[in-house]
Design a protein around this ligand. Structure first.
Ligand SMILES: Nc1ncnc2c1ncn2[C@@H]1O[C@H](COP(=O)(O)OP(=O)(O)OP(=O)(O)O)[C@@H](O)[C@H]1O
Ligand SMILES: [Mg+2]
Length: 576
C-alpha cells in the first residue's frame, strides 16, 4: 500500500522553477504557508508514475507586492508572492521489485513545472518516517533515538555504514556527546562479539557497567605502588612498546645540537638491547627478523648502562699508550638526564615501573588478549573502556596513540580470514588528534598513527568514532575521512563552519539549526542515515559521570567538612 495519500485540497502549491536540486514552489494555500517551517519535509509529484520526490524546505517567503486598487477595495491577494524553496534529497518509490515503499537517496527524476507539492505532516509524515526506519532496521539495528519531527518514529542508523567509514560526534560542552556515546556503547555491548576500545580521558564512563563491558585503567602512581595488575583492571604500557620515533620524541630534545647523534645511538643501542633479550630468552625465530620497532622487550638498565658507557668512553689516541675522548664523549649527557628524569617520574610509573611482569616475553600476548579480545572468562566482554585519567597531559597523545597503534598493528598482522572488526571510540579527540598547525612536534607521532588509521583502517576493520567539543581543533584529515556526522548543539561559529562545510551544498541551510539544538538533540548526516535527520537521542540506561554541577543549588547547602585538606593530601600523594 502506498504510504502517501494526498488529496488535491491539501496541495501546498505548484512548482514554479527547478534547477538541479532546488525547487521553488509558489504557495497557493496561505493557511498552510503559515504553518510551514524550515527543515520540514515536503513531497513533490514526480514526472514518473509511482514515484514521489522528497525535499527539505530551506526557505519560506511571504511577500506583498504593490497593492492594487480594484474597484473600491484593495485586493492584496493578487499581489502576494508566497514561495518556498525546497532542496530535493531523494525519491520515494511505491514499489521497487518485490519491495513496497522504498526510499532512495538519489533523484530518479525531477519535478515538472506546475507539479503539485505537499507539505509532509501528520499521518503522511509518520508513515514516511516509519518506512525510513524499517528500511534500515534489518536485524539488530543501531538507533540513537527518535526523530524530532515525529516522536513516535524510531530513527535507525545503518550500523555497518556507521562504523565502516568512521564517524564524528561533535557538540559544545554539555550538549550530550558522552551520553550519545554511552547510548552507542550500550547497543554495541548487546551484540554477541562486538569489539571496541573507548578512550575515556576523565573516567567519565565508569558507571557504564553490564554484560559485554570491561573497565581498565592505565596505572597511576598509587596503583604502581600497590602492584596492581591486569587482573585488577590496571595495566601498564611499557616503554619497549613505543615505536623508535616515539622513544626519540620522548628522550631526545630536538633543539639539542647533539640530537641526531643521540637518536642514532638510541636506535643502535635499543637494537642491541633487544637482541640481547632475544638471545637470553632463546627466541631464535624472532632474532632473525626483528627491527628496532618490533614489539620486543629490552631491559632499561642494559640500555642505560650502555649509554653511560658511551658518554664517557675513551679510545686509544694517536700516540701509543695515550687515550682520547671517544666520538660521543659527553654528547649523550642531556639525553641520559632526560631519561633518568622520566624513569624516576612517579606519574610515568605505568611505563617504567611495570616490574618483571612486563619484561616477560608473553606479556604482549596477555595484554593484547585483554585489550583486543571480545570474550573473557565470564563470557563476552568486547567493549573495553580504558581510563586515562592519571596519564600526565604532556604524554597523553603518545600513550593514547600507542594503544591505537597496538590495535592497528594487531589487525594488520591478523590473516584476513581471521580478522574481527574493532572500533576505537575517541572521546575528547581534540586533545590527541589536533590540527597539524596547532600541534606540538611531539604530537606528530600520535597524528601519524591516527591519520593512518583514518585512511587505511577500513581495509583492516578498524573504525574510528571521533568525539570532540571542538570540531575546528580536530585534525582535518581525520574529519575528512569521516562519512557520518552526529552533530549536537554547536555554539561557536568556527565549529559550526566545519560542520557546515561537510554538508552537501543543497543542505547548507540545515546547519543553521546547530546552535539551537536542545541538549541531547543531534543532527545526523551521512551514509548511515537515509536522510539527514534531527534526532532526539534517547537516554542511556547507565549514564556517564558528566559532572554537571548545580552551582546554585550546591551553594545553598553547607560545604563539606575537611574537603580542602583531603584534596591537598591526595594531590601530594597523587592518588584519590
Ligand atoms: N539524550 C539526552 N537526554 C537528556 N539529557 C541529556 C541527554 N544527553 C545529555 N543530557 C544532559 O546533558 C548533560 C551533559 O551531557 P554530556 O556529558 O553527554 O555532555 P558532553 O557533550 O559530553 O560534554 P563535554 O564536552 O563537557 O564532555 C548530562 O548530564 C545530561 O543531564
Ligand atoms: Mg563528554
Amino acid at each position: 500500500m502506498a504510504i502517501f495519500n494526498f488529496s488535491d485540497e491539501e496541495t501546498l502549491g505548484k512548482v514554479a522553477s527547478v534547477d538541479t536540486t532546488n525547487v521553488i514552489v509558489e504557495v497557493e494555500n496561505v493557511d498552510q504557508l503559515k504553518r510551514l517551517q524550515v527543515n520540514h519535509l515536503a513531497v513533490l509529484q514526480s514526472s514518473k508514475p509511482g514515484q514521489h520526490l522528497i525535499g527539505v524546505i530551506t526557505q519560506v517567503t511571504r511577500k506583498r507586492g504593490i497593492e492594487e486598487v480594484v474597484g473600491d477595495g484593495i485586493n492584496d491577494q493578487a499581489s502576494e508572492l508566497n514561495m518556498c524553496r525546497i532542496a530535493l534529497i531523494g525519491t520515494m518509490l511505491d514499489r521497487d521489485g518485490e519491495k513496497e515503499n522504498v526510499f532512495r537517496r538519489t533523484l530518479e527524476s525531477v519535478p515538472e513545472i506546475d507539479a503539485n507539492c505537499f507539505s509532509l505532516e501528520g499521518e503522511n509524515l509518520t508513515g514516511f518516517m516509519r518506512t525510513l526506519s524499517s528500511i534500515s532496521a534489518d536485524g539488530n539495528a543501531l538507533t540513537l533515538g527518535k526523530y524530532t519531527l515525529d516522536e513516535n518514529a524510531v530513527a535507525y542508523l545503518n550500523g555497518n555504514k556507521f562504523f565502516q567509514r568512521h564517524a564524528f560526534v561533535g557538540g559544545s560542552t554539555g550538549s550530550g556527546k558522552s551520553w550519545t556515546t554511552a547510548k552507542i556503547i550500550e547497543q554495541m555491548s548487546a551484540l554477541s562479539s562486538a569489539n571496541a576500545i573507548v578512550f575515556d580521558l576523565h573516567g567519565e564512563y565508569s558507571p557504564l557497567v553490564g554484560e559485554g563491558i570491561q573497565h581498565f585503567k592505565v596505572a597511576g602512581p598509587a596503583d604502581v605502588e600497590d602492584k596492581k595488575t591486569i587482573a585488577d583492571g590496571v595495566f601498564y604500557l611499557p616503554y619497549w612498546l613505543l615505536s623508535y620515533e616515539a622513544l626519540v620524541s620522548m628522550f631526545v630534545d630536538r633543539s639539542d645540537q647533539n640530537a641526531p647523534n643521540q637518536a642514532m645511538i638510541m636506535a643502535r643501542e635499543i637494537n642491541q638491547a633487544k637482541q640481547r633479550y632475544l638471545e637470553e630468552n632463546s627466541q631464535n625465530d624472532v632474532l632473525k627478523h626483528f627491527t628496532v620497532d618490533s614489539p620486543v622487550p629490552f631491559e632499561l638498565d642494559v640500555l642505560m648502562a650502555r649509554l653511560n658507557e658511551i658518554n664517557v668512553e675513551m679510545v686509544p689516541g694517536a700516540r701509543s699508550g695515550s687515550e682520547k675522548q671517544g666520538e660521543f664523549y659527553g654528547k649523550l649527557a642531556r639525553m641520559i638526564s632526560r631519561l633518568e628524569n622520566k624513569i624516576s617520574d612517579r606519574r610515568l610509573g605505568f611505563m617504567f615501573n611495570g616490574g618483571a611482569d612486563v619484561l616477560d616475553f608473553t606479556w604482549l600476548d596477555k595484554f593484547v588478549t585483554a585489550v583486543l579480545g571480545s570474550t573473557d572468562e565470564n563470557g563476552k566482554a568486547g567493549i573495553k573502556i580504558i581510563n586515562f585519567s592519571e596519564v600526565p597531559s604532556d604524554v597523553l597523545p603518545l600513550i593514547v596513540s600507542l594503544v591505537a597503534r597496538v590495535t592497528f598493528s594487531v589487525q594488520q598482522w591478523t590473516p584476513s580470514e581471521l580478522r574481527h572488526p574493532i572500533a576505537l571510540l575517541c572521546d575528547e579527540a581534540h586533545l590527541y588528534m589536533p590540527q597539524r598547525n596547532m600541534a606540538e612536534s611531539a604530537d606528530d607521532i600520535s597524528l601519524d598513527i591516527f591519520e593512518r588509521i583514518a585512511k587505511e583502517g577500513r581495509k583492516y576493520g578498524v573504525s574510528l568514532v571521533v568525539i570532540s567539543q571542538r570540531p575546528s581543533e580536530v585534525n582535518k584529515t581525520m574529519l575528512s575521512q569521516c562519512s557520518n556526522f552526529v552533530s549536537m548543539r554547536l555554539t561557536n561559529a568556527e565549529d559550526q563552519g566545519v560542520i557546515k562545510r561537510l554538508l552537501p551544498d543543497s543542505l547548507g541551510g540545515f546547519s543553521d539549526i546547530l546552535p539551537t539544538l536542545d541538549t541531547g538533540e543531534a543532527l545526523v548526516v551521512g551514509d548511515a542515515s537515509l536522510l539527514p535527520s534531527r534526532i532526539r537521542v534517547g537516554e542511556p540506561h547507565n549514564k556517564p559521570n558528566s559532572g554537571t554541577v548545580d552551582f546554585w543549588d550546591e551553594w545553598q547547602q553547607p560545604a563539606k567538612d575537611k574537603r580542602l585538606s583531603i584534596a591537598v593530601g591526595n594531590w601530594r600523594k597523587q592518588n584519590i
